[in-house]
Design a protein around this ligand. Structure first.
Ligand code: CA
Length: 651
């Protein structure tokens, strides 16, 4: 009986008539603190009764202390207003559909929850703000997109290793501990946030810190209780395992705000990784309030699975779209988030993504938006829906996408571990690298639509991938290839992204010494950033090199060509047949750049057709930075797996 009824509902959900009758446009879903009391509202059009339950705490007590009947109101909503004396109580709903047994369900619009996110909490958000929160703002609001240097980080990874010197390990508050160092008595290096700042990063992009489901928040100190967090449970609430107290729903909110404020005070911005494309499982609260509504599901109950995680969010339905846009706006306003990275953005529709852009532009200018524009096998529930993937980038307003073309052409395919890329001497498709340098993979129109990277949390780390696709490679060559890969990213048009620790040869190894790919649940021993490596001269040298590359990028206008449809007219490439060599000259306004990338296992001589007078070298195999190193040579020699960059100012 129940299944038949749901089938009937599912067939209606994507029809205009349903959206007309039940779309609720109000902004007050969830909890609203009014002068007169606390209003609680939820959207469940086909329910026959809804009861609000109150509890003393977030999980232990099984019986609610109070129940309030909710009233059916306009457009499928249910509401009740209760006395303010119930502030800081926890809550959930029971929802009945006809004769079926009413089930307990959490509020999808909850802004605070108890431990493990099973119940909402009635709180006054204004009481969660740190001191001077109203003065807090994005310190990099004036940057153009290509000025951004992204650093992709997991909250735990920054501090979990003992050598971090960070006290609040695995916590939001650990991210902002200052003055942390690693030392062997003679050498002393910054760790944690000081390190990231010193590197020159502008934006820290965090792996998910909304509330996710795969971690037991009562055991956050266990080193094996770890997850990347791509399993959303409560979209509008911070994850509890990163808070010093996951029981009290207010603490995670206060501590995340403190983290964001601390990063802002350090001159950096915060990007949040958001996963609206699927949920942890389909027993998600929204699916209990409106069965079958939140997902792409056919009338037989089969879930679309473009995400590869068992379900796809039906973003094309008006109330799902509204939920997502409201959620992103909420994070931008309440938590002062400066940018959003959309996981599997190719599973979200173009209208929803453009709706987010439009809404955020009303909040603040220059909120950065980018995502994974992969083309996925998802089945939308309406006709003529375009997905926000690389194929449809032209339909998106001011939203960038990761360049898998560039990633794979630099270091080799992420799907075949022994496949080498340009940095390991693979000359097969040098033209792809040329397009990458210009920020112009086939699917992009302008460089600011492109995120360049060689590694991120997924797959193997860059340093490990290099070892896997170059059997028997020496440590020195592994280091050279790693530096070359990061150099290509930093010297390309577009927006560069570094995987945290890539700047000193991050590795992820198991106890038995094998490299770990996709370490999403592997624990701190595999995932934690090994700060002690900075004490080794070879690792420290790579760090300084990457620091120099970032500084050079920031000081070189010719690497920030924006709002230009055809960048290629500023680039001149030399023909270098039979060599893993890419040589180009960039002329932009008052600057000229000559860049030579040698992916070959041998030293290469290059005869340049350009006049060398006035050109200085800023980047070579050893050094990178903003200080001119030496004049351009008559015959340029570029050693194996390295690059050279020269610059001259005209006039
Ligand atoms: Ca959680």
């Amino acid at each position: 009986m129940k299944t038949m009824m749901h089938k009937d509902w599912i067939e209606k959900y994507s029809m205009d008539a349903f959206e007309k009758q039940y779309h609720y446009d109000g902004k007050d879903l969830g909890v609203l603190i009014l002068e007169s009391g606390i209003q609680v509202k939820c959207w469940t059009p086909f329910a026959t009764s809804v009861i609000l339950h109150l509890y003393q705490n977030g999980s232990q007590d099984r019986e609610s202390i109070l129940q309030f009947e909710m009233r059916r109101e306009e457009q499928g909503t249910w509401t009740v207003c209760i006395d303010k004396m119930y502030l800081n109580h926890y809550y959930d709903f029971t929802v009945a559909f006809g004769n079926a047994i009413a089930e307990h369900v959490n509020d999808p619009y909850a802004k605070a929850v108890g431990i493990n996110g099973d119940r909402g909490m009635l709180i006054d958000l204004s009481e969660t703000n740190p001191e001077h929160w109203d003065e807090d703002m994005n310190p990099n609001a004036g940057l153009q997109d290509s000025d951004v240097i992204l650093y992709e980080l997991h909250v735990r990874d920054l501090s979990s290793n003992d050598a971090s010197g960070i006290v609040q390990k695995g916590k939001y508050l650990g991210v902002i501990e200052e003055g942390t160092r690693v030392t062997d008595g003679s050498i002393e290096m910054c760790t944690g946030l000081d390190h990231i700042k010193e590197l020159g990063v502008t934006h820290i992009h965090f792996l998910p810190f909304y509330d996710y489901g795969s971690i037991d928040e009562s055991q956050p100190y266990r080193r094996d209780v770890f997850n990347w967090g791509y399993d959303p449970k409560n979209y509008n609430v911070p994850e509890g395992s990163y808070a010093t107290d996951a029981e009290d729903g207010r603490v995670r909110i206060m501590e995340l705000k403190k983290m964001i404020q601390g990063i802002h005070q350090k001159g950096m911005s915060v990007v949040m990784d958001v996963v609206y494309n699927h949920t942890y499982h389909t027993d998600y609260c929204f699916n209990r309030l409106v069965p079958g509504f939140f997902y792409r599901i056919d009338a037989d109950g089969v879930y679309s699975n473009g995400s590869g995680c068992g379900n796809d969010t039906a973003t094309e339905r008006s109330m799902v779209k509204k939920f997502i846009i409201d959620s992103v706006e909420y994070w931008a306003r309440e938590y002062h988030i400066d940018g959003f990275r959309f996981d599997l953005m190719g599973n979200l529709d173009v209208d929803t993504m453009n709706g987010i852009r439009e809404r955020l532009d009303q909040v603040r200018p220059n909120i950065l938006l980018y995502g994974e524009g992969w083309i996925l096998n998802t089945v939308p529930t309406k006709k003529d829906v375009s997905m926000a993937n690389q194929k449809h980038l032209g339909k998106l307003n001011h939203i960038a996408m990761f360049s898998d073309n560039m990633r794979d052409c630099i270091k080799g395919s992420v799907f075949e571990e022994d496949d080498p890329g340009f940095i390991s001497g693979n000359v097969e498709d040098v033209s792809e690298l040329q397009r990458g340098l210009m920020g112009a993979p086939s699917w992009a129109k302008k460089p600011e639509q492109v995120i360049n990277y060689t590694s991120c949390h997924d797959n193997y780390t860059l340093f490990d991938k290099i070892a896997l696709c170059n059997p028997g490679i020496s440590f020195e060559d592994r280091v050279r290839q790693s530096k070359l890969a990061t150099a290509i990213v930093m010297l390309s048009q577009g927006i560069p992204l570094l995987h945290a620790g890539e700047e000193f040869l991050r590795t992820k190894v198991d106890r038995d010494g094998t490299f770990v790919s996709d370490s999403y649940n592997q624990g701190d021993d595999v995932n934690g950033i090994a700060w002690g490596d900075l004490l080794k001269p070879e690792y420290r040298a790579v760090y300084h090199y990457v620091q120099g590359l970032i500084a050079f990028r920031k000081h070189t206008k010719a690497l920030h060509i924006e709002n230009v449809e055809d960048v290629s007219r500023y680039y001149e490439f030399l023909e270098c047949p039979d060599k893993a060599l890419v040589v180009c000259k960039v002329t932009w306004e008052q600057e000229e750049l000559v860049m030579i990338f040698n992916g070959e296992n041998q030293e290469e001589y290059v005869e340049l057709p350009w006049e060398n007078a006035g050109f200085f070298c800023y980047v070579d195999n050893q050094t990178a930075g903003i200080k001119p190193l030496y004049d351009m040579e008559k015959d340029v020699v570029v050693s194996a797996y390295t690059c050279k960059v020269y610059k001259r100012n005209k006039g």
